[in-house]
Design a protein around this ligand. Structure first.
Ligand code: GLA
Length: 739
């Protein structure tokens, strides 16, 4: 809901739990007065703001105390800081006028309040279908205020959209820059500015590399600027756009937490600047490195949506809100029916398969209880290694009889999926030989140098290039009966000169690449509504809200060792629902199949190994996994509520509880070399205190209250195999019991 107090020019965005208050001050700027727990009575926020300012005077018109006009007040917390004037904090939008000036002075001119959230052109947007038939997809549960500011120096308008969800503690922000005057150049176009009254927070961010994605790092904000982001052409392994601020260092249950994410998949940046007065100034959005955008007369630029989640119940309050938002308001592909138990050929066969070997794989996969059989890399062009054929999306008929394989898979009652890497080309390919100008390069001599994994980025900023790939994928999806596509992206972007754009537009290429990715994904989704798309980028290099909009699940990491995966999935799940985290049991040697099954169950679940080489005992373990998956996964993992219990040097542990609290699965992964104690008390959360549960570990019943207050007590048998030891998991399944 949004309440507008006309007399005082105050806008109060609120729902049951949170309030966000902004106000138009005496300079016609939009100030941020408050972001936090719900204020029932908002009268004092305005008073507190005005008395906190120096240089106060009485603004007769508004009958309010505001700073002298022309005097910059460092205490003002703004929705937008102008660039080039006395406010030296980062402006979220920087524009170069035709005369070279980068000074802007935007002043409020009008606003509009409406139900619904505005879908952004060419960008994935919350609550909006890709095919934007209707202006607002869902008006019921979200309200928006659109503020319009006019630049006093040029004929430029800045629109800020602020939305609040009624049923979730979520604020969504974005900008539109509208040019009604002469041509200008956007030098920066972030999605939000957020000024918080204090910088007394811990900043949690998720950095890493391939095989070690999204490791949580916690920094106490002190006096230095913190900056995170990606210029890899994708959201990246190196930093994830999901991050958060917390009042307490690491409490899942207590204190204020503010979460951030961006509905985007390309280069991005966040900069947090603690100010001398200890306030915190944050800007966040598309990275401004190598970014410029030419905005002609009557053109607009829309920034992606930035999502803010507020919790005063610690980290899990924020996590659970993100999970619900992603599932209920972001994912547009059908995703609520049970996810398929998936078999992927990659880690078993790599490039080395024949039709017969895959038929045999399929038979074994069926025996393990698989629903969807996926043929990964190696089926197209002349691709027998990673040195050729990307860009040639025609079936390698000499290598594989794809119709025969698909028919066989379908006859076994499984669905069939295929791997693509649409944005890439191998220099050794028909496509590259015919069209070297299709690749991103260094310019002029079209010389490309930074070859990684023997492949180059196609220039997806160009509709011509996109169509060349679209035509081929469309032909495959039309000719073959394909139910699923894994969309990969296996190298980071290097040089990004485009042969299709003039010099002045080269700064647009990195954003245009991301728009091209969205465009082709959206187009194929529309043309093949029955096909389920999964995202991937050398493991989890593009795990973000832009991708999740189209692909309800994303391959989380190429690291499938249980012990590594337990951490990667735990940290990823702080911002993303388990149903988004694609996880398979592989043949990775380091851990037992039991450990790998238990860990993979806390994700979408699937298998990825040579199934003909499995030992009988291992097969039994996998069948156990399939059985648990079949019985509990949909209600408990896919649609359940996740609670993080601990992640310390001894163990990491979480529990997912079905919505009706009748079933739960808790996982504990032990990190310590020896049992640190022969005793271990496992305190659970999220259960119904009044219900009794059958614990499948010992076949005894316990009340929810007992398991949450006293905890489940283990006592390792010191003569036998300890229950709780390094690299091992404990999986506790709880089901409601009448006894
Ligand atoms: C990436 C993916 C893997 C697999 C290979 C195929 O590394 O993360 O799952 O698809 O590409 O080349």
């Amino acid at each position: 809901m949004i309440h507008f107090d006309r007399e005082n020019n105050v806008f109060h965005f609120f729902n049951e739990h949170i309030s966000y208050v902004v106000y138009i001050d005496g300079f016609n700027r939009l100030e941020t007065l408050y972001f936090g727990e719900r204020l029932k009575d908002d009268r004092d926020v305005l008073q507190a703001r005005t008395t906190a300012n120096e240089n106060l005077y009485l603004d007769k018109k508004m009958n309010l105390l505001t700073p002298y006009p022309g005097d910059f007040s460092p205490h003002s917390r703004l929705e937008y800081s102008d660039h080039g004037e006395m406010d030296k904090r980062d402006s979220p939008i920087v524009i170069r006028n035709e005369n070279g000036s980068t000074y802007t002075a935007f002043e409020y001119v009008r606003h509009k309040i409406y139900h619904g959230i505005k879908p952004l052109p060419d960008l994935p947007s919350l609550d909006a279908p890709w095919k934007r038939d209707e202006p607002f997809y869902n008006r019921d549960h979200v309200d928006t205020a659109e503020f319009v500011f006019r630049d006093v120096t040029a004929n430029l308008y800045l629109h800020e959209f602020i939305s609040i969800y009624r049923d979730k503690d979520v604020i969504v922000k974005s900008f539109q820059v509208e040019n009604k005057g002469k041509k200008v150049q956007l030098l920066r176009a972030f999605s939000l500015q957020l000024d918080l009254p204090t910088s007394d927070y811990y900043f949690h961010h998720f950095s890493g590399e391939q095989n070690r994605e999204r490791k949580e790092h916690i920094e106490k904000i002190s006096h230095s600027v913190l900056e995170i982001g990606s210029n890899y052409g994708r959201s990246s392994h190196q930093e994830n756009p999901f991050c958060f601020l917390s009042e307490h260092e690491n409490s899942y249950t207590d204190g204020e937490v503010i979460g951030f994410n961006l509905v985007y998949s390309g280069n991005w940046k966040m900069r947090l600047s603690p100010e001398p007065d200890r306030s915190l100034h944050i800007v966040y959005g598309i990275s401004d490195e190598d970014f410029t955008w030419v905005l002609g007369k009557n053109e607009s630029f829309y920034t992606p949506e930035a999502v803010l989640v507020y919790s005063h119940n610690g980290i899990d309050g924020m996590s659970q809100t993100f999970h619900r938002l992603i599932r209920e308001n972001l994912m547009t592909a059908p995703h609520t029916e049970s996810r398929p138990l998936l078999f992927n050929s990659w880690e078993g066969a790599y490039f080395y398969f024949t039709t017969d070997s895959l038929l045999e794989y399929a038979d074994h996969a069926k025996e393990l209880g698989v629903d969807l059989f996926v043929l990964d890399d190696g089926w197209f062009g002349k691709r027998d290694s990673d040195t050729s054929s990307l860009g040639d999306w025609t079936v390698n008929q000499e290598k594989i009889d794809l119709h025969r394989l698909i028919d066989h898979v379908h006859q076994l009652g499984m669905r069939f999926g295929l791997w693509f890497e649409p944005e890439m080309v191998s220099p050794n390919s028909e496509l590259f030989r015919a069209h070297p100008e299709y690749v991103l390069g260094m310019g002029e001599n079209k010389d490309w140098s930074s070859l990684t994994r023997s492949q180059l980025w196609l220039d997806f900023s160009s509709p011509v290039v996109i169509e060349a790939i679209h035509k081929q994928i469309h032909a495959i999806l039309s000719e073959y009966s394909i139910d699923y596509v894994k969309w990969d992206n296996n190298r980071a972007m290097g040089e990004h000169f485009s042969n299709f754009y003039p010099a002045e537009k080269q700064g647009e290429i990195t954003h245009r690449l991301t728009l091209g990715y969205f465009h082709l994904l959206g187009q194929l989704r529309e043309e093949f509504p029955g096909v389920f798309f999964e995202g991937c980028a050398s493991g989890g290099g593009r795990f973000d809200l832009g991708t999740l909009y189209f692909c309800p699940q994303i391959w989380c990491s190429d690291d499938t060792i249980g012990s590594m995966r337990a951490t990667i999935q735990y940290d990823t799940s702080l911002g993303y629902p388990l149903s988004a985290i694609s996880s398979h049991v592989s043949a990775a040697l380091d851990d037992s199949y039991r450990t790998k099954v238990d860990v993979a169950l806390f994700g979408t679940y699937g298998y990825e190994m040579n199934p003909t080489k499995l030992q009988d005992a291992d097969k039994e373990e996998l069948k156990r996994g399939s059985e648990i998956y079949r019985t509990y996964h949909h209600n408990v993992i896919q649609e359940g509520v996740l609670y993080h219990l601990a992640d310390n040097d001894l163990y990491s542990s979480m529990i997912s509880v079905s919505q009706d609290q009748s079933q739960a699965m808790a996982l504990c992964f032990c990190k310590r070399t020896r049992p640190y104690s022969y005793q271990f008390t496992w305190k659970l959360r999220g259960l119904d205190p009044k219900k009794r549960y059958l614990c499948h570990l010992d076949h005894k019943t316990y009340s929810g209250e007992y398991l949450m207050k006293a905890g489940y007590h283990f006592c390792n048998d010191s003569y036998g195999e300890p229950l709780f030891q390094r690299g091992k998991t404990l999986l506790m399944i709880l089901t409601e019991s009448n006894y």
